[in-house]
Design a protein. Structure first.
Length: 273
């Protein structure tokens, strides 16, 4: 295979149970909560350049849990398969090739009497990228901060974001999320047109002036990932902590905003990444 100039690494995730997929100990795909009840989920593409950060070896981990309303994984209700792909970012469909063997749960009608509360599959990948991203490699290890103290800081920062959403201040939100935007623009080789499309999409969303879901301490859990360098809040129903309310729930679900935080230094505090 010829060397790809702008490699775009991604996973294809196929799951019949609640799942989380991690790369470099960072969550890149999840399907859990009420949405899993009685459903299957086929071939979801999960880009991963933005969590790889630079060339090297990384671990891919798929975590399986029972569907909503079920207690155990069984051969009838459980499957997770992860395909590994790389392509040229400018022509993904035509250049996509596998860069490693597929990993999948070890049963798909092949085993009987499987009854697990949880199960994991994993592999190691090696990638080659034309950049080194300024991500969270050298950020503060948040596990060194007392849990209650960290939760208070994270919740306070999420509340600041919520206030910006309620004001429908897109420029302020762009300012708060500048680190994340810059990282993704580099990771996925954004052209000027792609950057413009992204901004126009954000303007359109904020201009709808949708109300924001309430955010209470009692309704969220704190999750630390990225080897202790990243943190987020998630609602206990498995959805994102920050959400615009849908104008018509029969037509579409709430608009969820995926937010992870890190801390470049204790003095500077948390920021979106």
């Amino acid at each position: 295979m010829d060397k790809i100039q702008n490699p775009y690494y991604h996973l294809n995730v196929n799951s019949f149970c609640a799942t989380e997929v991690y790369v470099n100990d960072v969550l890149v795909d999840e399907w859990k909560g009420e949405q899993t009840g009685g459903n299957e989920r086929n071939m979801v593409m999960a880009p991963i350049n933005h969590v790889l950060l630079q060339s090297g070896k990384y671990k891919v981990v798929g975590k399986m849990s029972p569907k909503h309303g079920e207690q155990l994984l069984t051969e009838e209700n459980s499957y997770l398969g992860i395909d590994l792909f790389v392509a040229d970012a400018d022509n993904i469909k035509e250049t996509r090739v596998s860069f490693g063997p597929k990993i999948e749960s070890p049963w798909n009608g092949l085993s009987s009497n499987i009854r697990y509360p949880h199960f994991e599959i994993a592999t190691e990948i090696e990638v080659e990228l034309p950049f080194v991203l300024d991500g969270w490699q050298n950020s503060v290890n948040l596990k060194d901060i007392p849990e209650k103290e960290l939760f208070n800081e994270v919740y306070t920062y999420y509340w600041k974001i919520k206030e910006v959403l309620e004001q429908h201040d897109f420029n302020k939100y762009l300012e708060m999320s500048a680190e994340k935007r810059n990282l993704q623009e580099q990771a996925f080789y954004f052209s000027e047109d792609r950057k413009k499309d992204f901004l126009e999409g954000g303007v359109e969303l904020f201009s709808q002036k949708l109300p924001v879901e309430e955010l209470s301490r009692e309704n969220v859990n704190m999750e630390i990932m990225g080897d202790g360098k990243l943190v987020r809040l998630m609602r206990k129903d498995g959805t994102q902590a920050l959400q615009f309310k849908s104008p018509d729930l029969e037509e579409q679900s709430n608009v969820e905003l995926e937010v992870k935080l890190h801390m470049r230094s204790r003095q500077n505090g948390l920021t979106i990444i």
